[in-house]
Design a protein around this ligand. Structure first.
Ligand code: ATP
Length: 235
């Protein structure tokens, strides 16, 4: 579904992403893990058309590299950005409606999709009229994911959903990712929290200094010594 080949991204003289190749097939959850500054967000921004890049990115068999972000969203890719950029001055419900902005959905479809999101995140249902900006970090992350789901994406990209959240909240968010996965939504999950990411993913790629240094099934990555030592806090 998503085929990235030989991707390079530079910021002036900083070569942040080097020759990255990565695929996500329909129905898969694929994770891209790596530590701070490895180039994860840069890769995501290149996929979403937010940064100039070299190489090739195909989605559904068509080249998308260089397309404006709105065309990429219309093609069925929804991204939850790092730092969850929800609209702080809009209510939960208004934020969710904004997620469906690029679709031509009827009132009843919107209502049904909203109920689906509220079913995934009951906490949001309890807070429909609360301003986004007054929600806790975990609730804002739920809202950001809910808003992306309102676009009815074929491919969901999550950029570090665990960032800055307490372990118990991270577990909640990952339980929901597991539920979404069970419903067959293709997902690219960018994470620093390798243990959580590999627990929900089918396959994973490890990015270091802008380069993919390992890729394998999540099961095998979890048991590789080098991944265990560097990312899973053990030997
Ligand atoms: P983090 O988890 O901290 O966000 P990351 O893996 O997402 O890390 P990137 O944000 O993609 O990493 O950064 C990759 C490299 O590119 C880093 O060395 C970073 O300093 C550099 N970089 C990122 N954005 C810019 C920018 N706008 N201008 C210059 N250098 C940048």
């Amino acid at each position: 579904m998503l085929h990235i080949r030989n991707l390079h991204v530079s910021y002036g003289s900083i070569h942040a992403v080097r020759d990255v190749s990565l695929t996500v097939e329909e129905g898969e959850v694929v994770t891209l893990i790596g530590s701070n500054g490895a180039g994860k967000t840069t890769t995501v921004n290149a996929i979403c058309g937010a940064l100039p890049a070299k190489g090739s990115i195909e989605y559904g068999g068509k080249p998308i590299l260089g397309l404006p972000t709105h065309r990429i969203v219309e093609a069925g890719i929804a991204m939850v950005a790092e730092g969850r950029r929800i609209f702080p001055k809009l209510t939960v419900e208004q934020n969710l409606r904004m997620g469906a902005f690029s679709r031509r959905a009827s009132r009843s479809e919107l209502a049904r999709d909203m109920e689906y999101v509220y079913g995934l995140f009951p906490r949001l249902a309890e807070r429909k009229r609360q301003m986004g900006g007054t929600m806790s970090g975990g609730e804002q992350q739920m809202l950001a994911i809910g808003r992306a789901l309102m676009a009815k994406p074929k491919l969901l990209i999550l950029d570090e959903p665990s960032m800055g959240l307490a372990p118990i909240v991270v577990r909640d968010i990952f339980d929901t990712i597991r539920t979404i996965r069970g419903q067959g939504l293709t997902t690219l999950l960018i994470e620093q929290n390798a243990a959580m990411a590999l627990s929900v993913a089918d396959r994973g790629y490890v990015l270091e200094h802008g380069e993919i240094v390992h890729h394998d099934t999540a099961e095998r990555l979890k048991s590789q010594d080098i991944v265990k030592k560097a990312y899973l806090g053990g030997s």
